[in-house]
Design a protein around this ligand. Structure first.
Ligand code: SF4
Ligand code: FE
Length: 521
């Protein structure tokens, strides 16, 4: 079955061995039935449902480069810059539909990053990981798997390297090598959608030194593998999803959908040989991290723009409910929100359009532009949310509980005093305010704001790559050539000479990094 629908996806998760999931201090007997998890699963299910929707099928699917079959785009190795652009357009579409994180992109980005890195590794080191990973990629496509890309280690004392940590498990590592496979131990933090996944693709989280071989492990496991424990992450206002019924639906703000983050513990988990795609090749840990990070920073130019569309729609709708839609400052604020949101989309599209083919055959984003994209995402959604709160007004946080709204003793007085613009529905006004609260302060804000800040790396991580990739030395050549020369000929020849000198091969070149990979023309 190359493509599942939403129902088949739900059934496929239910067929897994029972996952060990702790939530609110309890081991869950049926994790998928819990309201936090059920709503997060609804969001992932959208990625299956939309792939069968006549209107969106073309965007949501692709032709496999490995088998020629039609597959879900979330399992696709990008074959062109159009594929990269369509990925971002697909992410915006889904972000609009759910207003939160649909959790499936990490696996897509990990797929493309490990595919590229195993190819480079085999070429340089004579290993044979790429053919093995191809088999995994085909299985991912054919089974339409959700794959949790498990990169972020818990990291302990950030001033120390993995092997220098007092507790060596602060970075996931190989604790035993035996015939037929390895045993891994450690934890991965902030695992988006991990409980809703079929497989986990473990990757290192930092570049590594030659003596840190045990930490250089990339491998795949079923999400129900023996020894994996999930501890669910609390999200702001998540208890509003509990209780069921109309009151909790109203107060939840967005009752149908939600994101999911969990801490994953790997307690001496055995990984068979055929599922290992890096085992001790420390020099390729950094390149894998960089290439994955750039793909994932591109992703944010899609999903967060879709969430921004919901924020803008909420601002315009609540302005109507409040009777201020025609006020010129409100109209201008909505223009500003659109300007900011489309700036993010422009970055997502630009890094895709400027993408290049990698030696492995799949396409990679322009890493500099992808990092600029994500750096903007760490800022602009916060400004969009600030304007949204401005337009919504203070009632967003002082609104009585929906139980008061539904209580016959108070409902009439609330309907009277919470009424907004003439002719507008007071009920709709209340529900919009709860949506805005959710998006900017509640469970939805985890996806729209905090993930924008820290997902795919915190702001400083992008600045490190921008500093590495933006060629300041070349810019100095331009500036000095213009400043120091007086004629057309001398300016041009100074630029040519300066660039030639800069581009001369170094005598002792630094090891290749994936983000700097020379594209195949
Ligand atoms: Fe996808 Fe965005 Fe969620 Fe990351 S934060 S998994 S890119 S929806
Ligand atoms: Fe994320």
């Amino acid at each position: 079955m190359a493509m599942m629908n939403a129902q088949q996806y739900r059934e496929s998760l239910a067929k897994r061995k029972p996952l060990k999931v702790y939530l609110d201090g309890k081991l869950l007997a049926d994790p998928l039935a819990h309201p936090y998890i059920r709503t997060s699963m609804n969001t992932v299910a959208l990625t299956y449902e939309m792939a069968h929707d006549a209107e969106h099928r073309q965007l949501m699917t692709a032709k496999s480069a490995l088998t020629g079959e039609t597959i879900n785009r979330f399992c696709h190795l990008h074959q062109s810059t159009d594929d990269l652009i369509n990925k971002v357009r697909m992410q915006r579409l889904l972000g609009q539909r759910c207003g939160t994180c649909f959790q499936r992109c990490v696996g897509l980005d990990a797929l493309n990053a490990v595919f590229a890195t195993t190819f480079d590794m085999d070429k340089k080191l004579g290993t044979s990981y790429h053919a093995r990973f191809r088999k995994f990629a085909i299985a991912m496509e054919q089974n339409d798997w959700i794959v949790d890309g498990a990169m972020t280690d818990v990291k302990g004392d950030r001033s120390k390297r993995p092997a220098e940590q007092r507790d060596k498990d602060m970075y996931l590592r190989v604790v035993e090598r035996r015939a037929g496979g390895v045993v891994i131990r450690g934890a991965k933090a902030h695992q988006t959608g991990s409980i809703n996944s079929h497989m986990v693709l473990v990757m290192p989280t930092v570049s590594l030194k030659p003596d840190e071989k045990d930490y250089a492990i990339t491998c795949a496991l079923p999400s129900d593998a023996e020894g994996i424990t999930y501890i669910y992450g609390r999200q702001s206002c998540d208890e509003r999803k509990l209780g069921g019924g109309e009151a909790s639906d109203i107060d939840a703000g967005s009752p149908t959908y939600g994101g999911q983050e969990a801490l994953m513990i790997f307690d001496d988990v055995f990984v068979p040989e055929d599922m290992i795609f890096m085992n001790g090749e420390t020099e390729f840990a950094g390149p894998l991290v960089d290439i994955f990070a750039s793909y994932h920073r591109q992703s944010y130019g899609g999903c967060k723009v879709g969430n921004g569309d919901v924020a803008i729609g909420a601002a315009a709708s609540i302005a109507e409910s409040n009777g201020v839609a025609k006020a010129s400052h409100v109209k201008d604020k909505i223009v500003e929100m659109n300007h900011l949101n489309e700036t993010l989309f422009a970055c997502g599209i630009a890094c895709s359009a400027n993408g290049k083919k990698l030696p492995a055959g799949n396409f990679f984003v322009d890493a500099l532009l992808a990092n600029v994209c994500k750096q903007n995402v760490t800022r602009l959604p916060y400004e969009i949310a600030r304007i949204l709160q401005d337009i919504a007004g203070g009632l967003m946080v002082t609104l009585p509980s929906a139980k008061d709204w539904l209580n016959p003793e108070t409902s009439e007085v609330l309907k009277k005093y919470l009424a907004g613009a003439e002719g507008m529905s007071t009920y709709e006004r209340v529900r919009l305010l709860r949506l805005i609260e959710n998006l900017t302060m509640g469970r939805g804000a985890v996806a729209y704001l905090t993930e924008s800040m820290h997902g795919a790396g915190s702001p400083q991580a992008q600045r490190v790559l921008i500093s590495r990739l933006a060629n300041v030395e070349e810019k100095k050549v331009y500036a000095k050539s213009l400043a120091l020369n007086n004629s057309l000929e001398s300016v041009e020849s100074a630029i040519r000479a300066g660039l030639k000198k800069l581009r001369a091969p170094a005598k002792d070149p630094a090891p290749a990094r994936a983000a700097d990979l020379a594209p195949v023309k």
